[in-house]
Design a binder for this molecule. Structure first.
Ligand SMILES: [Zn+2]
Ligand SMILES: [Zn+2]
Length: 403
């Protein structure tokens, strides 16, 4: 493995930063301490910063020393934590009750800081590297908010790159593939309005729970009967709320859930069919239904040239056998907004087999969003080396006329 020696030397420093961030998790748009730490480090390394895009976002700009080119590349990390309790008991466990870096964004932030430090110290490129520290990936679409606040007008880039750790993929292995890799994320809500009454006299009422149970079944036929079989999609009803007592038929029943898909066509079809099923199922039983379909994150779709480029850099660092393909997964990611705005790519860096984890917290790779998860510090020099080399190589090679 060709980790950059200057970055390998910084491994203890990077580990300390990562554990400090882990101990002080902050939720989306509340990353005040986190963004303060990022701003301090960048400033300390002689990198001019811009704060306030997406409230707590930080952008640092590193200018190369090999010329006066205005070509630019963006490197992005997410910085927010999750609203959940940490089960780990190690020294760097969360000191903020009910908040936890259970998705490894503490590690993503640190890998980008490591790259920023290296690039600022060496500046072996001609052009600009914008390091983008983005808030609120988990909730709130911080990536979209930064773009709305003018991210790519203030900091135009030819391409933008990001990555996420992935438990289960071996340490030292990275998965990257072109095309759709993460799904779009939509929330829906169906409020069924019937007519309340005595549970012993259902003929005088319109039972919204009976309507809801039909509707839930009918929603799944959209996946089994309307969706093209080779187009992946999920409809999950995840909450049902109705009623207060065993002997009262309630007035309303509310269903909420999520829809995941990779293409806009499939999502449009699902929205139309769910609306029809909601309206006509309710009507068939004499009830009404208010149906809302709220699109949150679009699908994350990697661009072909940028993905091939990232893979080439990964092969240089890791060797071909450690650069693998990534099958699409149904989770969502707000880096998708950045990839809709400019070309780029997003890859998955293996978080390993779980052997780095705290003793007594289970065996094997702990998944993200689990209270026993911890980012694998062994990845820090690797991720920082990848981002650094990516920037150097990108700015060194002329941009092809057709991408
Ligand atoms: Zn997450
Ligand atoms: Zn995440």
């Amino acid at each position: 493995m060709n980790i950059l020696p200057a970055i390998a030397d910084q491994a203890p420093v990077l580990t300390a930063i990562r554990r400090d961030l882990h101990a002080h998790p902050e939720l989306g748009f509340e990353e005040v301490r986190t963004s303060g730490l990022i701003a301090d480090k960048l400033t300390q390394w002689g990198i001019p910063i811009h704060r306030g895009l997406g409230k707590t976002g930080v952008v640092g700009t590193i200018r190369g020393r090999l010329g006066s080119s205005t070509r630019a590349i963006g490197l992005r990390a997410d910085i927010d934590a999750l609203p959940m309790a940490e089960h780990n008991t190690f020294a760097h466990a969360s000191r903020h009750p009910g908040k936890m870096h259970a998705c490894g964004h503490d590690g993503h932030t640190t890998m980008l800081l490591g790259a920023a430090q290296y690039l600022a110290a060496t500046r072996n490129f001609d052009g600009l590297v914008h390091v983008i520290f983005q808030p609120a990936e988990e909730f709130g679409g911080g990536g979209q908010v930064m773009i709305r606040d003018g991210l790519f007008e203030k900091f135009p880039v030819e391409a933008v790159f990001g990555m996420h750790n992935m438990p289960g993929i071996p340490e030292g292995t990275v998965a990257a593939s072109p095309g759709p890799i993460l799904a779009s994320n939509t929330e829906f809500k169906a409020v069924i309005r019937g007519k309340g009454g005595h549970a012993a006299m259902p003929h005088l009422a319109i039972d919204p729970i009976a309507v809801a149970s039909q509707m839930m079944q009918a929603f799944q036929t959209i996946i089994s009967r309307n969706r093209k079989p080779l187009e992946a999609a999920v409809i999950s009803v995840t909450t049902i709320h109705a009623g207060d007592s065993f002997n009262i038929i309630p007035e309303t029943c509310e269903l909420t859930g999520t829809v995941r898909a990779y293409t806009r066509e499939t999502l449009d079809m699902i929205e139309r069919r769910m609306g029809e099923v909601a309206e006509y199922t309710a009507a068939a039983y004499g009830a009404r239904c208010d149906f809302q379909f709220n699109r949150l994150y679009p699908a994350t779709v990697n661009h072909a040239y940028e993905t091939a480029f990232a893979r080439e850099v990964l092969v240089e660092l890791l060797g071909a056998e450690r650069v693998v393909a990534q099958a699409p997964i149904m989770a969502a990611e707000d880096f998708s907004f950045m990839l809709e705005a400019v070309p780029g790519s997003y890859c998955f860096i293996g978080n390993g087999d779980g052997s780095h984890r705290d003793v007594g917290h289970g065996d094997g790779p702990c998944n993200v969003h689990n209270g026993s998860y911890d980012f694998n510090d062994a990845l820090l020099p690797l991720g920082a080396s990848f981002l650094s080399r990516l920037a150097e190589r990108w700015l060194d090679r002329p941009l092809p006329s057709v991408r």
